[in-house]
Design a binder for this molecule. Sequence first.
Ligand code: PLP
Length: 339
Amino acid sequence: MAGVLPRDEVIVPPITFVASASAIARIGAVPVFVDVDPETINLNPALVEAAITERTRAIVLVHFGGCPADLDSFTKLCREHNLVLIEDCAHAHGAEWKGRRVGSFGHFGSFSFQGSKNMTAGEGGILITNDEALAENARSIANQGRRTGGAWYEHVNLGTNARLTGFQAALLLNQLERLPQQVTTRMDQAADLRAGLAVAGALQPTPAKLDKRITAHAFHLFSMQYFADALGGVSRDRFVEALQAEGLPAMAGYPYPIYQNELFKQRPHTVHQCPEAEAYCSSSVWLPQNALLADREWIDTALAAINKVCANADELLAHSTSNSTTRSAELSLPVSGHE
Ligand SMILES: Cc1ncc(COP(=O)(O)O)c(C=O)c1O
């Protein structure tokens, strides 16, 4: 669809859901994992530039957690190196870079409507592009290789059935109307949470400060990093368990960078050194997007719970029996599984 061929290299971040990279491997291309910027947890443009080879054909740029990646740098890089830019906007419905919606900068923008996402139809997704030829090709592949205006049994491409149903589209169109208001609400609530966390100490939001060019952050995740030293060495997972016991829908982030999945043992791929990605996985704590749609009172309750857990760190250390990896919360807010 984007002209990526088997054995071409495609640069992708290691902090994302596996689909960002398995889409590359599935067509026989080679995922090349490059480290993230520790501030944004998005691909680091300088490291990406250093990883470009004569085989590099595309970059899959994930706007992790709904935080737009540095689109000034990546659009320039792709222009200069003649690369296809695919924006993975699965977390970033309604996010904006300098007043323009993400997904509209690259050759393609892809959005997921899976159950945990900021807009959902249960499952499904959408691909957007400003290029008519790419759009026709994408439509054809998603519709069993048919062409627009062609006959039902005429197939011009090797396609599949990736069609969204009309029923799903109706649900989504309705949500699209509410999206701008929800983006504003999540951003307002996130700003209050960030201000409160400055007091709590052991947790720092990622990014610590929002780049001014980010005019809308989708906050699919309210991402934080936990500093065990601030609480006398209480482990991240014990800390998350304690937050959950207070009723917070907190969870530990991705357990490891995606290149550590067994899948990649069987598939050609390249891993550049990713110390920042590894550090993020061992320290991250997330709140899901729907928590940020709760009212202001809930934010105060959440901050009080975080402060209570921090204030009782000694007790957590004394009763540190758990060595399990905390994955999902007993929830006071409904949260579906995060992909
Ligand atoms: C960053 C990212 N990319 C891609 C996907 C894949 O989306 P889907 O499950 O709709 O195929 C997800 C999914 O959940 C995701 O979080």
